[in-house]
Design a protein around this ligand. Structure first.
Ligand code: ATP
Length: 309
């Protein structure tokens, strides 16, 4: 497979903050790559380097074999940042035409509108659109110039379930038609719905890079919560990946296979009570994945948010 874009040993600092820490990544043609990670992991920074909006502090970023800073390379790139502003008084069709005129080759307005469920809205001023409709338009605009690579930074954040699914359907159709897409998200569900390959980031590093099923197996943890006077014995049972006191006298054990853990627990004869089992949140799963990669705490990262320029 051909790499459309790549990062080789890339680091990026903002003052004291190391936003990307020695990242190496190839983006191959034809896939949807999901970039997953908690707040401050470095996803947006990585995207901005590929877009040529920022330069790496060290390492090399390539886009279509050249520099992302070269506008001739950027013509082949479509992107939707986390937040976009649309000119409120222009109609949807006019915005599509305006953006489309910047590219040597473009999708026809009617075709793009059809693909993204915007046909009924073409004559509406963008100021009158709902949040979901605006987001759909912003994402559609990333595709208007028939790009070779599309970068979408949290395309569905803030959308309700229906709007999110409509957008996912549109993205899947674009992918089937040959688009290569990088999509960032905080939501495992979103990455699961779209991506074939998943890169998990935390503290500026790539901590997992694998096919979707392999990453799911690592982050899909279950929480087994109970009361016991023999916490350490339970923690040493097969399958327990982490445990923590919950503060109310209970202890939470994380395991990929909670059924198996409970069978082990009963077999062991260790006394326990008040058993409850539920899925772990993605943040909890990240914690387990990131234990080997500590580089500043998430709290540090969120404080630094205020220092963005
Ligand atoms: N312009 C900037 N100035 C200072 N620090 C920055 C700047 N941009 C990003 N950072 C810091 O770099 C780190 C990575 O931020 P980045 O926005 O890339 O993360 P992210 O994974 O996209 O997070 P989110 O999911 O919240 O968008 C964070 O600690 C952030 O505070």
């Amino acid at each position: 497979m051909t790499a459309l874009a790549s990062l080789t040993n890339v680091s990026r600092r903002f003052g004291d903050q190391l936003a990307l820490d020695d990242v190496t990544l190839d983006i191959e043609s034809g896939s949807i790559l999901g970039l997953l990670g908690p707040n401050g992991a470095g996803k947006t920074t990585l995207i901005s380097l590929l877009e040529g909006l920022r330069s790496p502090s060290s390492g090399t970023v390539r886009l279509f074999g050249g520099s992302p800073g070269d506008h001739r390379n950027r013509v082949g790139l479509g992107s939707t940042p986390q937040e976009t502003a649309l000119p409120e008084t222009l109609r949807v069709g006019e915005v599509i035409d305006f953006v489309g005129r910047h590219f040597p080759e473009r999708m026809a307005t009617a075709e793009l509108a059809g693909e993204f469920g915007l046909t009924e809205l073409l004559r509406r001023q963008t100021g009158s659109l709902s949040g979901g409709q605006k987001r759909r338009l912003s994402v559609a605009l990333a595709f208007v110039g028939k790009p070779r690579l599309v970068l979408l930074d949290e395309p569905t954040t803030g959308l309700d379930v229906d709007a999110r699914r409509t957008l996912w359907d549109a993205l899947r159709r674009q992918h089937e038609a040959g688009a290569t897409v990088v999509v960032t998200s905080h939501y495992l569900e979103e990455i699961e719905a779209l991506a074939q390959r998943v890169v998990v980031m935390a503290h500026g590093r790539v901590i997992a890079d694998d096919a979707l099923p392999a990453v799911l197996a690592r982050v899909a943890l279950r929480r087994v919560r109970l009361v016991s006077s023999e916490v350490e014995r339970i923690a040493s049972l097969d399958g327990v990946v982490r445990h923590e006191a919950s503060g109310d006298g209970t202890t939470t054990f994380y395991a990929q296979d909670s059924d198996r853990l409970i069978v082990e627990l009963v077999r062991s004869g260790i006394p326990f009570s008040d058993l409850a089992v539920r899925g772990a949140t993605l943040e909890e799963a990240f914690l387990t994945l990131t234990e080997d990669a500590p580089a500043g705490s998430p709290e540090d990262a969120s404080e630094a948010e205020g220092a963005r320029s």
